[in-house]
Design a protein around this ligand. Structure first.
Ligand SMILES: *[C@@H]1O[C@H](CO)[C@@H](O)[C@H](O)[C@H]1NC(C)=O
Ligand SMILES: *[C@@H]1O[C@H](CO)[C@@H](O)[C@H](O)[C@H]1NC(C)=O
Ligand SMILES: *[C@@H]1O[C@H](CO)[C@@H](O)[C@H](O)[C@H]1NC(C)=O
Length: 458
């Protein structure tokens, strides 16, 4: 071996170690940096145009969080309208509804990744995430879905999870992240609401034992200034309670015992500054529940990057959709004068943002849902002092006050006529239409008989 060659090798080693050191310290430094801008989104059809990324990139998030349906990798169940018996449910092993091959799933993920706006985002922001049903692999699926092991790998590939990450070895994609220096630290906890979930209606588990144990450790661990819990499905809103039997949505509220357990765990942990972010529903809204803890629990919902309730109806029906949104009762939704629409629901493409002003006294948080031009469509400012567990005396007073506050009443305890007004209106309209139809048919019939009688007489 010549001396030059040896030197060359030695140089290579230095450069290599240097690079490792730089990347290592880079990511460490990144995690120590104060984080004050976070964005999140969900429900993104990889085959559809995704103009919203420009707005997301222009927001300059330091962290971007995928909250599920990051791609649509499944096949829709047909005949959903006929209910569970006719629907080939996720608990039945029907190959037709799973990606036909791993290769096909991979291609879909690649497509999603090759989006230019998203690629730009990835260069500047740390991108983390979890999944929901459509990237899990099957509409509304839970623990019974047999493709979950394959698809967990695909999701983690999509998120560029390191090959040696423990997240690749566990059952489910839940994970937690820490950002910022002490005092300005943020914990982001991402839940897996799919891998271990019992069937909807069973009032069983959403998270499963192993994830519950992990979550307990995460929440009871060292305190942080803020704790953001990301759940693909909504935690606070119980939309199903007010839109049934017309529609039903997945949510934590459909698993009341599991939801109570979650609230109790947060309360027992005495953690300050906890709030939720969620996706799934194809619209954006902010909800808050004042009777779970001794401070308000917010849930910021943003959905979707491409999929939205208004975009599935013809243009002239959009006002009608907004009217229905306004008519849908909600006890938890935060209504502010600054909302784009009266309902404070936004049914076009949107993304969510969290801005933290660490320098103000007290520290303030700006929660926003933004449209594709980055303009706020609903939002609320919260002071960090509002999100502190208080002592029991304050707690009792607050709870008595809360008892009268609207963010404390469960949707199911609304007066029957209020709770079901959407369905009442729908069925009344249907009834009127039916009556009109019957009258028309009857008149026609009478008219025709008269005519035929006349002809006979002639
Ligand atoms: C996604 O977009 C493509 C192209 O616009 C469309 O054909 C497909 O039906 C969409 N998928 C969903 C789940 O909306
Ligand atoms: C949410 O609504 C559903 C359907 O009406 C109901 O079964 C469930 O108990 C409600 N959950 C809560 C927490 O109120
Ligand atoms: C709220 O009011 C109900 C009855 O009106 C009462 O039973 C309950 O204890 C009150 N809750 C709190 C926390 O004060």
């Amino acid at each position: 071996m010549g001396i030059d060659q040896r030197r060359w090798r030695w140089w290579n080693a230095v450069v290599f170690i240097g690079m490792v050191g730089v990347t290592g310290s880079n990511s460490q430094e990144k995690q120590k940096q104060v984080v004050s801008r976070i964005a999140f989104g969900s429900c993104s059809n990889q085959s559809a145009p995704q103009p919203i990324w420009d707005a997301v990139v222009d927001f300059h998030p330091q962290v971007f969080i995928w909250l599920g349906d990051n791609i649509y990798g499944d096949f829709k169940r047909p005949f959903k309208i006929f209910g569970q018996e006719r629907t080939v449910g996720p608990w039945k092993n029907v190959p037709r509804f799973v990606p036909s091959s791993e290769q096909e799933m991979k291609t879909r993920y690649e497509k999603a990744k090759s989006n230019p706006g998203y690629a730009r985002l990835q260069q500047n922001a740390e991108v983390i995430g979890t999944w929901d049903d459509h990237d899990y692999g099957l509409n509304d699926a839970g623990k019974e879905f047999h493709g979950k092991i394959t698809n967990q790998k695909l999701l983690l590939d999509f998120l560029d999870e390191p090959q040696d990450s423990p997240r690749r070895k566990q059952a489910g994609v839940y994970a937690s992240y820490m950002y910022g220096p002490v005092g300005r630290d943020i914990k982001i906890v991402l839940l897996d609401t799919r891998y271990h979930r019992d069937p909807v209606g069973s009032d069983g588990t959403i998270l499963g034992n192993s994830q519950w144990l992990w979550l307990e450790k995460e929440l009871k661990g060292p305190p942080t200034a803020l704790t953001i819990i990301g759940s693909s499905i909504q935690v606070i809103s119980n939309l199903s309670a007010t839109i049934r039997p017309l529609f039903a949505m997945e949510s934590w509220a459909r698993f009341p015992k599991e939801r109570d357990r979650l609230f109790k765990l947060i309360a027992d942990s005495k953690r300050a500054g906890v709030f939720f972010i969620s996706g799934d529903v194809h619209f954006g809204e902010i909800t808050r529940y004042d009777c779970a803890l001794d401070y308000p629990l917010y849930d910021l919902t943003s959905s979707g990057v491409t999929q939205s309730v208004e975009e599935v109806v013809p243009h002239f029906l959009r006002s009608f959709v907004r009217f229905v949104a306004w008519l849908t009762p909600s006890t938890m939704r935060v209504k502010d004068q600054n909302c784009r629409y009266k309902s404070c629901i936004y049914g076009q493409t949107n993304f969510g943002t969290i801005e933290i002003d660490w320098d103000s006294h007290p520290v303030t948080l700006k929660f926003k849902v933004r449209d594709k031009d980055s303009i706020m469509v609903t939002g609320v400012d919260v002071s960090l002092t509002e999100l502190q567990p208080s002592n029991s005396e304050v707690l009792d007073r607050a709870k008595t006050e809360h008892n009268n506050s609207k963010h404390c009443t469960l949707e199911v305890s609304l007066p029957w006529i209020v709770r079901h007004r959407l369905a009442i209106l729908f069925f009344s309209a249907l009834f009127v239409l039916l009556v009109v139809f019957v009258v028309l048919v009857y008149t026609c019939f009478r008219f025709c008989r008269l005519e035929s009688c006349k002809r006979k007489h002639d």
